[in-house]
Ligand binder design. Structure first.
Ligand code: USQ
Length: 382
């Protein structure tokens, strides 16, 4: 399959490119290095340096014999979008090309506007490009479990059957986001659902939970092909942050009571989920939604697991409950369905103390480059 990955430079984009290429697909990536420039501007660069896409693509070709096409440009610009779609003519598109940080989206007006305009314009341009150049293509779009928020009822997989005054209808499951970033993902879903109905597009929307992990099979033994690993408050997800904090001897930053529960997954499982979705596509006029996570944990449970993993390698890990910079429920019901991807064949990797110890070992090798000032800057929602 010819697969075009939008946002191919990111934490998930590059590992996805290698994974699909290794699986025999013909892959091209697009990126404008937005995340790199925000990281530089906000002084939150990742733990180790990551070479640019041209370099990584050449290195991948030397090692695997397989080519990954690279297109550098801004997907908000229609002339660039049209040029890439006309040249690649993909069978499938994976759309990661969004500003992915909830805390960044809440930083200030400029960051909010960038998140809003980037995420919605790229999604809209992708929809228009599919119609114009590849109306039969399948779009796999990364959404987020955060679109649902934390309602006091079970979360279904995308859709809810509602009975009202004796009649029934199926609606998108109610969404109530916890940040502007998550709100843009809801808006994306609404745009996609509209154009699926009107133009008969084929779309899979993956409602993903927070991802953790460093290595994937394709970069094993080749550190130079590793993806970004952020541990800062803006781009670091909580498990990755806690691992770095444990190594740095920095008390784990549990926000508030720590009862916030989310569905987590290993980065290796993100790659499986995307590949499985591509290989068993949605049909024309279908918006297929999967809840993409493997296990649910509270922040307190994660902190205890990282403390346990640290103890195995002789690290004394402290936990500190900080005043929560976010507005979110700290104790709540959480029971989302997540069977769709398992039915497609997902074989989950569990989060264990061994897995965390493996991450601690890699981070320890980069211990000298950890910048403690990057860990907590207290960017507040209110
Ligand atoms: N948290 C802490 N301490 C920290 C960092 C986070 O207690 O130092 C808590 C947060 O308050 C939150 C939970 O851990 O309750 C998860 O936070 P996170 O930063 O790992 O994840 P989040 O900001 O929600 O966003 C991440 C990705 C985003 C994706 C989302 C999935 O950055 O792209 O969409 O996970 S979800 O959370 O299910 O919406």
């Amino acid at each position: 399959m010819k697969v075009l990955i939008l946002g191919g430079d990111g934490y998930l984009g590059w590992p996805t490119a290698m994974h699909l290429s290794a699986a025999g697909h013909d892959v091209a990536v697009v990126d404008n290095y937005l995340r790199r420039s925000i990281s530089r501007d906000e002084d939150v660069e990742p733990l180790f340096e990551v070479p640019n896409l041209h370099w990584r693509s050449r290195r991948w070709e030397e090692l695997s014999g397989r080519h990954i096409g690279v297109h550098i440009g801004d997907l908000r610009r229609w002339d660039f979008v049209a040029e890439v779609f006309a040249e690649v003519r993909p069978d499938a598109i994976v759309h990661y090309a969004e500003q992915p940080s909830a805390p960044y989206s809440m930083l200030n007006r400029r960051a909010s506007m960038l998140t809003l305009s980037n995420n919605l314009e790229v999604t809209a341009n992708t929809i228009f490009a599919m119609r114009e150049f590849v109306p039969e293509a399948h779009l796999v779009k990364l959404g987020t479990m955060g679109e649902y928020g934390t309602p006091n009822i079970d979360i279904e997989e995308g859709w809810l059957d509602v009975e009202h005054n004796g009649r029934r209808e199926r609606f998108l499951y109610p969404r109530q986001a916890g940040s502007l970033y998550h709100t843009t993902k809801i808006m994306d879903t609404d745009l996609l659902w509209y154009y699926v109905r009107v133009w008969g597009l084929k779309v899979t929307d993956l409602m993903q939970g927070p991802v953790y992990g460093i290595d994937t099979d394709e970069c094993a033994g080749h550190d130079e092909l590793r993806t970004f690993f952020n541990y800062d408050e803006l781009f670091g997800t909580v498990v990755n942050r806690f691992v770095v904090q444990a190594v740095a001897g920095y008390p784990l930053t549990v926000y508030g009571k720590g009862g916030q529960t989310r569905g987590y997954l290993n980065i290796r499982d993100t790659l499986q989920c995307v590949r499985l979705s591509l290989e068993r596509p949605a049909t024309a006029g279908e918006l297929r939604i999967f809840n993409q996570f493997t296990e649910a944990f509270s922040v307190n449970q994660l902190a205890e697991m990282v403390r346990g993993a640290g103890a195995r390698v002789g690290l004394a890990v402290d936990v500190e409950h900080l005043e929560n910079p976010r507005k979110e429920l700290e104790e709540h019901y959480y029971n989302p369905v997540h069977t769709g991807l398992l039915e497609l064949g997902l074989e989950p990797h569990s989060l264990t103390e061994e897995v965390l110890a493996g991450m601690i070992e890699i981070v320890t090798r980069h211990r000298e480059t950890i910048d403690r000032h990057k860990i907590f800057r207290n960017s507040r929602w209110a």
